[in-house]
Design a protein around this ligand. Structure first.
Ligand SMILES: N[C@@H](Cc1c[nH]c[nH+]1)C(=O)O
Length: 374
């Protein structure tokens, strides 16, 4: 009530869990040498809709400013950070952030993310660090039961690059690949590229599973050097993750970009418990071209709302209740200090004392304070 569709209030554990998750995120990134970055919530639409980024204006929360320019609520951290960092020196950098993004094509409109962006690191270093960081973070939260999915933007892109699609058909095919609608993929490609191309792309829809899928496709693509190189890269990253004890690994060779700027490996994390996507990211070397820079960049973002929902606070602290009133509140404040490392609540009467490990009452008799255990 009294809120626009998609906006929501949150209370209690939904909020405190999110803060706990954010604290863990900060701890992990600090220990791994990241610096924090923040950008404004309000940006020009053109930062996200220009030809290098290509995000859709229709999915943004937007308005005209007094100069007639379109402004938006930040729809993406990665692009905003690229704008903010575009004039910095070309040295290896690791940035971390947390805050909301706003998109109307997702349920809830506002989505809390925490993420990392790694710049000027060699190919596969950024990808590996992103996924290893994700592992430490999920481990820190006791959520090690997840699956990493690896894909690559250039597999699908290179297989369709020679097919003369109209924009509409290209979008339809992209969507059909995304939805894994094999028959639809076959029919869209058949009209334009013939039987062989149609069969090849339709088969790609099924090219997911454990790492064995890569071996199979190495044989299939034995004459296509650039595809073999991609498979080799995926194998290397999978090997690094496995050797570091990260989550189970899946590959999806038919995965298409969920954001237009990906230019290399793409990865997602799925919680085994409910299949929720807890992180998503990839390499995006072309994003800085807008600023005339040639930057090697990779990163990922976590869905903080999903993580907060799944997070179980490990509460080892004792809960103490002190019953006090306006005459004894000063003494209660002193007494609080004697319960080191406990949660100490002060209540007016015993009616609300169900949820504590210990309840004490302060009484003031004959000029003396007494603490009675209940
Ligand atoms: N910005 C991406 C995640 C990402 C960070 N870096 C690279 N990708 C998203 O919102 O899904």
């Amino acid at each position: 009530m009294f809120l626009p569709a998609g906006s929501r209030d949150e209370m209690g554990p939904a909020v405190s869990n999110r803060f706990s998750v954010m604290e863990k995120f900060r701890k992990v990134v600090t220990l791994r040498g990241y610096e924090m970055i923040s950008t404004p919530v309000v940006e020009y639409a053109s930062t996200f809709t220009n030809d290098y980024v290509n995000m859709k204006l229709q999915n943004m929360l937007k308005w005209f400013n007094s100069e007639g320019e379109i402004e938006v609520l930040r729809p993406d951290w990665t692009t905003a950070i690229a704008r903010a960092l575009s004039s910095r020196e070309a040295t290896p950098q690791k940035w971390a952030y947390q805050g909301s993004i706003f998109r109307t094509d997702r349920p809830g409109m506002e989505c809390n993310q925490a993420g990392i962006e790694i710049l000027h690191m060699p190919l596969l270093m950024g990808e590996s660090e992103s996924l290893l960081m994700a592992h430490s973070f999920l481990k820190e939260m006791g959520m090690e039961d997840y699956v990493i999915e690896l894909g690559h933007a250039n597999i699908y892109e290179s297989l369709v690059s020679n097919l003369p699609f109209a924009k509409d058909d290209a979008e339809k095919l992209h969507q059909a690949m995304h939805d894994k609608k094999k028959d639809e993929v076959y029919h869209i490609v058949l009209n334009i590229g013939g039987k062989k191309a149609a069969a090849e792309l339709a088969a790609l829809v099924d090219a997911y599973g454990d790492i064995g899928v890569i071996d199979e496709y190495e044989k299939r693509w034995k004459d296509q050097e650039h595809l073999l190189q991609i498979l080799e890269q995926m194998k290397k990253v999978a090997h690094i993750l496995k050797a570091s004890g990260s989550g189970d690994i899946l590959v999806d060779l038919g995965r298409v970009k969920n954001l237009p700027y990906y230019s290399g490996m793409m990865y997602r994390g799925f919680l085994k418990k409910n299949g929720g996507v807890c992180f998503s990211g990839g390499r995006y070397d072309k994003l800085y071209d807008r600023y005339g820079r040639n930057v090697s960049a990779a990163g990922l973002a976590f869905d903080l709302d999903l993580l907060a929902e799944q997070y179980e606070e490990e509460n080892t602290k004792q809960r103490i209740c002190i019953i006090a009133n306006m005459d004894t509140i000063v003494y209660a404040e002193k007494l609080r200090k004697s319960y080191e490392n406990c949660i100490v609540d002060v209540q007016l009467d015993a009616a609300n004392t169900g949820n504590y490990d210990k309840v004490v009452e302060i009484q003031f008799n004959d000029g003396k304070y007494e603490v009675l255990e209940k």
